[in-house]
Design a binder for this molecule. Structure first.
Ligand SMILES: [Zn+2]
Length: 295
């Protein structure tokens, strides 16, 4: 991906210097995100966390008044970080702003882009405490994408999905959750989930996640059209990432068996299929994962 020199977003909040709290913590008391990073622990946590994509508290409906009051968050002014990794994330975020702004504009709607919070270890969000071990996530309550950039090491080294475009796909997937919130879909699915049993609620989560994958594909379609910045192998990197973080693949890796009813993100084949559909069509309307037979 030829991203150097492209516009960086004005919506990045960099709290890496103050998050983590220095208290260790992290998943199961493991110091996550610091030098003591236990990759085994991270992978286990990923099964529980990354696959949620949206902060579990938000999905459980705890944000709707019945739950704990959101803790006060520090107001952080957006900035332009100078390290390469952050700049890359910022460029990708900026491009999602261009793409979704244009798509929404076509139907006379204004796109309110999300902020992206770069943190280390843990951070306070309107959806509760965010943990790096849970992987990147989107909080609908404050409309921010949260990411600890060290996740990209996990993605590349432990989850077998290297490459810059694999990283771009992850960011675009989280922005896809923001689009769902902008469109009111997150809220509707949330309300529905609360009336369902676990297996059915999981099935709805899968639909939401697959749609975010499809939206990521829609972004990739228009991104390439607008900037022509993809290089050989980039699409394959994203497709491989979608495959490596399918629920069946993650489960097989972590415990050797696969339990489809427990899926919350969809199988590898589903994730690849929906990303491809968005990529090939470039149309959000093609991402109706809720009314589809079988796949
Ligand atoms: Zn997700």
């Amino acid at each position: 991906m030829r991203w150097q020199g492209q516009r960086e977003s004005d919506n990045v909040e960099d709290v890496r210097s103050d998050s983590g709290g220095g208290t260790g913590g992290g998943f199961g008391g493991l110091p996550i995100g610091g030098r003591g990073l236990s990759l085994g622990g991270v992978v286990v946590a990923l099964i529980a966390g990354w696959i949620f994509g949206i902060n579990p508290l938000a999905l459980l409906g705890l944000m709707d008044g019945g739950g704990p009051a959101p803790q006060a968050q520090r107001e952080v002014a957006p900035s332009h970080p100078t390290d390469e990794r952050a700049r890359f994330a910022s460029v990708v975020l900026a491009d999602t702003e261009d793409v979704w702004g244009a798509i929404m504009g076509r139907s006379q709607r204004r796109y309110e882009p999300p902020r992206m919070v770069l943190f280390r270890g843990r951070t306070q969000t309107a959806c509760g405490q965010g943990e790096a071990a849970a992987g990147p996530f989107y909080c609908p309550a404050d409309r921010k994408v949260y990411i600890d950039l060290s996740f990209f090491d996990v993605l590349s080294q432990r989850l077998g999905a290297p490459g810059d475009f694999a990283q771009a796909y992850v960011i675009a997937h989280e922005v896809g959750h923001h689009m769902q919130t902008e469109l009111g879909l997150t809220q509707r699915v949330d309300a529905q989930r609360q009336r369902l049993g676990q297996a059915q609620a999981n099935a709805l989560s899968v639909r939401l996640e697959l749609q975010a994958d499809c939206f990521a594909g829609v972004w990739a379609h228009h991104s390439q059209k607008g900037k022509n910045w993809l290089e050989a192998g980039d699409i394959e990197e994203a497709l491989n990432a979608a495959s490596q973080i399918g629920d069946d693949t993650l489960q097989r890796r972590s415990r050797g068996t696969v339990v489809p009813e427990s899926f919350t993100h969809g199988s590898s084949a589903q994730r690849v299929m929906w990303f491809k559909r968005g990529l090939q069509t470039g149309q959000p309307a093609q991402c109706n994962t809720f009314e589809t037979a079988g796949s």
